[in-house]
Design a protein around this ligand. Sequence first.
Ligand SMILES: Nc1nc2c(ncn2[C@@H]2O[C@H](COP(=O)(O)OP(=O)(O)OP(=O)(O)O)[C@@H](O)[C@H]2O)c(=O)[nH]1
Ligand SMILES: C[C@H](OP(=O)(O)O)C(=O)O
Length: 213
Amino acid sequence: MRTLVPFAAVEPKTRLDSVLTADERAEFARVMLRSVCQTLQAAGSEPIVLSTAALEATTLPAGASVVVDDRPLTTAVNDQLTTDTPTLIVMADLPLATPDSIRRLTAASDAAGNDVDIAIAPGLGGGTNALVVRESAFRVDYHGASYLDHREIAADLSATVETVDSRQLATDIDEPSDLAEVLIHGDGPVRAWLVDAGFELDRSDGRVGVRRR
Ligand SMILES: Nc1nc2c(ncn2[C@@H]2O[C@H](COP(=O)(O)OP(=O)(O)OP(=O)(O)O)[C@@H](O)[C@H]2O)c(=O)[nH]1
Ligand SMILES: C[C@H](OP(=O)(O)O)C(=O)O
């Protein structure tokens, strides 16, 4: 299955600007991107990074490739869907994704055991963190409550749809509070980068957050 990883290479993760400098955000976004690519490879996929700009050669693991398209996310992804090839689309900011969670998504089936046309892993807050598209007429519409939009688009096409409920795929890193999930559940290079940058859990007042030493 053709595998795409959309990546905003320039000025990424602006919602983290209260805890990371612009350079740190660029580096952190690349550490997450590399982690997602390695997870996809471990799940048997060869990731094609759909990037808004050229990437430094060291950013990606061997075997991953890059397509540069600086158009907005929805436009760039939809242009890739015109090939009628079943496609897996995984966002680059899913540090808890595992090979098993990716395989759960690509293996999603209907009651009869047939591969569904559309499989969606929603993000917290209603986004679309990962998507399998086997219906050639389907087109994405990202941002906002895109999970609901994508279910509606699939229904309009009478496409079969399965939602995959996975904490690993639902955890995307948008806000500083999301970093706590990586410190709690992560065990790889993304967590290591945060610890090296001085981040730690803040348990001082009930709900767990993060602070930077
Ligand atoms: N190719 C491409 N990827 C994008 C674009 N915008 C976001 N992405 C990727 O889509 C995924 C989810 O997007 P966001 O969470 O908004 O990422 P972001 O734009 O770096 O974060 P913010 O600046 O905080 O909105 C991430 O993997 C981004 O790298 C875009 O315009 N083009
Ligand atoms: C791309 C977008 O990500 P978010 O802005 O919700 O993090 C979405 O999932 O539709």
